[in-house]
Design a protein around this ligand. Structure first.
Ligand SMILES: Cc1ncc(COP(=O)(O)O)c(C=O)c1O
Length: 404
């Protein structure tokens, strides 16, 4: 295998900490720390903060890098503090009628549930769809069967789109089982039915190549695969869909907002046609300075190269587990990998061993300096562009010595 597309030396990685949990929180590159420090230095002497270069320039540069990452246009990007706030902007801005329905896969991360559940008082229903036979979530999550390559989750979602469905809202890559959904197939089916496809992209952004065709909106925060600190992400919206949304209504969401030669108290202004209309207010420049560096790094490395690298490491780890007590689980995951069903998370199902056993397993990893995570019945091992074959082998040695 060739060198990792993201040079590990750009991060603070050490032998004591093998971080395979960017699906919780990604490591920040040193360049992001330098950028934040240098911006704060300017804030010490506010006369050094430049209106055009900093206040406008940094957010503009982030929107441009975000657009490049997704293969979209910068004017369709809104900077948002989190995935949730991006989805809230869509949920609150959409023109609902009582009786409308939001359809979602069963067991979405709450960021893609609460913005829709909050609409109950407006008569909007949130309808969850199990994605495979034996799929459970909520209080029964640990009793769920795991997905296999034979499942047809898109078919089940499309079949659930009835006449009242207005939005299909889903995670591109699911947080617990790691399943990646086919957005193009879903986008086509939504379009045929006049339904808008809204995507929570946080578990794929930066590690899975994007294609926005057929999507109405795509929301992510920056703190997982995008390798930035918590607190800033972005929302992409398709132009026509965005025009149908009610804007957030902040002082920066209208034309000529920062042209102080015109009184700011003149409220006879049009909403901006671009993504800034959905932003929640003044940009967080410290966060933006960090996210900008991380996005530049990822765009330079190229997401397809990162995705191919992570898939290679996944295959290597699963191969290493073929003769171990994890053999059946490794075979299930290999089926998903080969079917193009995975993002960067390898989610090992507990197989009935239970939460106590999984937590003990997790702790045994910590003792070896391997930092993975457990969610709803799955041990999550996530590889990114900075991991190496030696990292995959180290995880393999750890798991081979464990049995459920
Ligand atoms: C699928 C998914 N969506 C959203 C989030 C985080 O949401 P937010 O950016 O609103 O904090 C997570 C994080 O754990 C996630 O796994």
């Amino acid at each position: 295998m060739s060198a990792p597309p993201l040079n590990p030396a750009l991060f603070h990685l050490d032998r004591e900490h093998l971080w395979v949990m960017h699906c919780s929180e990604g490591p920040v590159p040193r360049a992001a720390v330098r950028a934040v420090r240098s911006f704060l230095q300017k804030e010490l002497r506010p006369w050094e903060v430049r209106w055009v270069e900093d206040f406008q320039g940094i957010p503009e540069a982030v929107r441009a890098e975000a657009a490049a990452l997704l293969g979209g246009r910068a004017e369709d990007i809104s900077l948002t503090p989190s995935t949730s706030t991006g989805l809230v902007a869509v949920a609150q801005g959409f023109r609902w009628q009582a009786g409308d329905e939001v359809v979602a896969p069963l067991g979405e991360f709450p960021s893609n549930a609460w913005p829709w559940l909050a609409l109950r008082t407006r008569g909007v229903a949130f309808r969850e769809v199990p994605l495979w036979e034996g799929h459970l979530a909520g209080a029964g999550a640990w009793d769920s069967r795991p997905p296999t390559a034979q499942a047809d989750p898109e078919g089940r979602l499309v079949a659930a789109l009835g006449p009242r469905a207005r939005i299909l809202a889903l995670s591109w890559v699911r947080f617990q089982d790691g399943l990646k959904l086919d957005l193009q197939r879903l986008g086509r089916a939504c379009r045929e039915r006049g339904v808008h496809l809204v995507v929570d992209g946080i578990q794929a952004a930066g590690t899975v190549p994007a294609d926005l065709e057929g999507l109405a909106a795509f929301a992510t925060s920056g703190h997982k695969g995008l390798l930035a600190p918590q607190g800033l992400g972005f929302l992409w919206t398709e132009e026509g869909f965005r025009q149908s949304l009610t804007p957030s209504g902040t002082w920066l969401s209208v034309e000529e907002a920062t042209d102080f030669s015109r009184p700011s108290t003149d409220f006879d202004r049009a909403w901006l046609p671009d993504g800034r209309a959905l932003e929640p207010g003044g940009p967080n420049l410290l966060q933006a300075s960090a996210l900008l560096e991380s996005l530049r790094l990822i765009n330079r490395a190229r997401v397809p190269a990162i995705a191919a690298h992570a898939a290679g490491l996944q295959a290597r780890l699963l191969e290493a587990l073929a003769g171990s007590s994890w053999a059946a689980e490794a075979a299930r995951l290999r089926g998903l990998l080969e079917a193009g069903r995975l993002g960067s998370i390898l989610a090992f199902h507990h197989g009935g061993a239970g939460a106590g056993w999984m937590n003990a397993l997790l702790k045994s990893g910590y003792q070896r300096g391997i930092l993975a995570s457990v969610r709803e019945g799955y041990l999550r091992v996530a590889f990114h562009g900075f991991h190496t074959e030696a990292d995959a082998d180290r995880v393999g040695e750890w798991l081979s010595g464990t049995a459920s």
